[in-house]
Design a protein around this ligand. Structure first.
Ligand SMILES: Nc1ncnc2c1ncn2[C@@H]1O[C@H](COP(=O)(O)OP(=O)(O)OP(=O)(O)O)[C@@H](O)[C@H]1O
Length: 261
């Protein structure tokens, strides 16, 4: 039920393991810390990591009279979460489904979850451009305030795949909000110095070439990795970190953007 959702942010990546779920969860947590009502929908059917990242692994989803009731992170119900992970018996269960079954599950996720009134719905997608993406894009096309945030790492191979994501968004008509680079160098937790382990500046130069806003570079910060599994926001726990600054700025941009673009 997306009628009660003001803005949808689709988080995409060309490759797996670039930190898309970390970015999605930290974005949702930052929005919640700013006082927004937020939903986080994990449509990575084969590798749902959001329940783990928010320390909600033992929770399950309940069926209410009007549809599925999301799992809430907090008592005030400011952050609701829906993931296939809540429907599996164990973290080790594998979803071995063909396209049509995946498609109908995603449709259910988009149509049958009672989100209540939401300021933002953040959707964490699987890597690449699969059946799940096509289904979600087709269903979101009617949502006027919907845009995609593309996550990449600085390496050339990841950047190459972002080009495909850009083309995919253009073909499916979803506006691109911007590119965010993750794992951009290693930030030492002791001295805060940042070392570029991979190449640097790839996300920024691709954004310049494609004329897409660049939303910032999140360094590899072991403290951010540790927040995973605890459902904690970097903006609250690590207020002086680069990661915190990037997410604060990202939320400023998203909050100010007219029509979500
Ligand atoms: N900026 C960061 N600093 C430190 N660790 C990070 C950072 N970003 C992600 N990680 C860690 O990298 C691993 C992969 O991140 P994540 O699960 O978010 O990637 P993903 O792109 O969603 O993966 P998949 O494609 O498999 O769903 C996790 O262990 C996460 O804690």
């Amino acid at each position: 039920m997306l009628d009660s959702v003001k803005r949808v942010i689709l988080v995409l990546s060309g490759k797996g393991g670039v930190g898309k779920s970390t970015i999605s969860t930290q974005l949702a947590l930052t929005l919640k810390e700013r006082g927004y009502k937020v939903g986080l929908l994990d449509i990575d059917l084969c590798g749902p990591s959001v329940p783990y990242l928010l320390n909600l692994e033992n929770q399950s989803v309940h069926q209410g009279p009007e549809g599925w009731i999301p799992v809430y992170l907090d008592n005030e119900q400011r952050l609701g979460v829906m993931s296939i992970g809540f429907l599996l018996n164990s973290r080790n269960d594998a979803v071995v489904w063909r396209g049509p079954k995946k498609t109908s599950m995603i449709k259910q996720f988009l149509e049958d979850v009672c989100w209540q009134e939401l300021d933002f719905l953040v959707i964490d997608t699987p890597p690449g451009t699969s059946d799940e993406h096509i289904t979600v894009m087709e269903n979101l096309r009617q949502v006027p305030q919907c845009g995609a945030l593309i996550v990449t790492t600085p390496q050339e191979v990841a950047i190459e795949d972002v080009r495909k994501e850009i083309t995919f968004c253009k073909k499916t008509g979803i506006p691109i909000l911007g590119i965010i680079e993750n794992m951009s160098g290693y930030q030492c937790p002791n001295c805060s110095e940042c070392t570029n382990i991979f190449s640097s500046g790839g996300g920024q130069s691709l954004a310049d070439i494609a004329k897409i806003p660049f939303m910032g570079s999140v360094p590899i910060d072991p403290r951010v990795g540790k927040l995973a599994g605890q459902g904690l926001a970097a903006v609250k726990e690590l207020p002086d970190s680069t990661t915190s600054k990037i997410f604060s700025e990202l939320v400023n941009i998203l909050a100010d953007a007219p029509n979500g673009q």
